[in-house]
Design a protein around this ligand. Structure first.
Ligand code: PHE
Length: 386
């Protein structure tokens, strides 16, 4: 028996290495469904992102399946929880590919986790589409890795311009998450752009997601009294930072990015979120019918207003379904090519075209937070190269 098992094991190793060597992807699943593997943080520090990703993706799958699916097949989502940890992200993506035999990977939200897992998808030649990771490096991992959101050099410069032109800021401080590729990238972009516009960065402070308190960093910044503070982090920390800044008597505008968009921020930041502004992927109060129809269906299904993570996951599944249709199925190479050829896809977050770097070229919006209504209010739309 033991011998039999060992030889079976050897045989399977041999077979799988053959498949990988001749370059065809492992998963040309001929079943009745097309399997999308979603990896997301469902239980960790950024679990709001995971929950919204799951809800948005599921809504799109339900809508597509209700009208017969794609190329005669239903879509199916297989979800894995990575707990918001890069190592775990790598492990679960490997499981989704090798065990669950998914034909495409969707995720992650946080760039650090997408970056950790992307080499696994690239190696297996399974297309991976991140709906929300904005750090430049993610799609540089290889030709099977795509994104449908804008990149950080864009959203960082949108906020540097907003600070210099709209708020007339001359000085800024930056407080960033030292373990987040996203936060580090945005820090660099903001510093460069704000300086180019004639502004001065008077202080750069850092924190980690495990810090309980940010008053040390804030006290240092307070002494320099900058016109604005840029805080490129996630809702779990930025909410508390905003609250503590106000407790220390700091009333200047606080600026952030898409990482501030999650309903949890209102509890954490409270009134401290007055006079704060962020760059984001969509405005829920945009009256355009495609936005309002989506907001309505999402609210009907889940009872809450969709955040940008939810709408991006929804858009990613719709875009994928369109690519599967154009590819005539989910053969990995054909699907990869079809995703790469996406042009002017009408998504809720705006038109999506995939460029030669496998990134989406898209608009961004600036929103103002209103804690009295727990709402993000639309301020302006910025198009790339504007
Ligand atoms: N852009 C963030 C990142 O790359 C993730 C994010 C997207 C968070 C959209 C909130 C909303 O890490």
């Amino acid at each position: 028996m033991k011998k039999f098992c060992v030889s079976l094991l050897l045989l399977s190793i041999f077979l799988s290495s053959c498949v990988q060597k001749n370059g065809t992807a492992i998963n040309n699943n001929n079943g009745n469904t097309i399997k999308i593997g979603l990896f997301a943080d469902l239980t960790g520090q950024t679990s709001a992102f995971g929950q919204s990703s799951k809800n948005g993706a599921q809504l799109a799958v339900d809508e597509i399946n209700a009208t017969g699916g794609v190329v005669g097949k239903k879509l199916e989502i297989v979800i894995e929880d990575d707990q918001g940890r890069p190592e775990q992200a790598k492990t679960v993506v490997s499981k989704l590919i090798n065990q669950d035999k998914v034909q495409v990977i969707l995720g992650e939200a946080a760039s650090t986790n997408s970056l950790a897992a992307a080499p696994v998808a690239q190696e297996a030649k399974i297309p991976m589409v991140t709906h929300a990771s904005t750090n430049e490096q993610v799609t540089q991992v290889g030709n099977y890795i795509f994104r449908i959101c804008f990149i950080d050099s864009f959203q960082g410069s949108v906020m540097a311009k907003f600070a210099a032109n709209n708020l007339k800021a001359k000085t800024a401080a930056i407080i960033g998450d030292v373990n987040s590729t996203y936060s580090k990238g945005l820090t660099e972009v903001f510093e460069k752009e704000f300086t180019n516009l004639g502004g001065k960065i008077v202080s750069k402070q850092s924190y980690t997601q495990n810090d309980p308190d940010f008053k040390g960093q804030l006290t240092t910044v307070r002494a320099l009294n900058p016109d604005v503070i840029y805080i490129p982090g996630y809702y779990g920390q930025v909410g508390i930072i905003a609250k503590q800044a106000r407790e220390l008597g700091m009333t200047m505008p606080l600026l952030g990015g898409d990482g501030w968009d999650a309903p949890e921020i209102w509890k954490l930041g409270g009134e401290g979120l007055k006079n704060t502004f962020i760059s984001n992927h969509y405005a829920a109060d945009n009256p355009a019918p495609e936005v309002q129809n989506f907001v309505k269906s999402y609210k009907e299904k889940y009872g809450v207003q969709p955040d940008s993570m939810a709408v991006l996951a929804y858009d990613a599944v719709k875009l994928l379904a369109d690519a599967v249709k154009r590819a005539g199925g989910a053969n990995s190479e054909k699907l990869r090519d079809a995703i790469a050829q996406t042009k002017d896809f009408a998504a809720v977050t705006g038109k999506i075209s995939i460029n030669e770097k496998r990134d989406a070229v898209k608009l961004a919006v600036v929103l103002e937070l209103d804690p009295s209504k727990s709402a993000y209010l639309y301020k302006e739309t910025i198009y790339p190269n504007q």
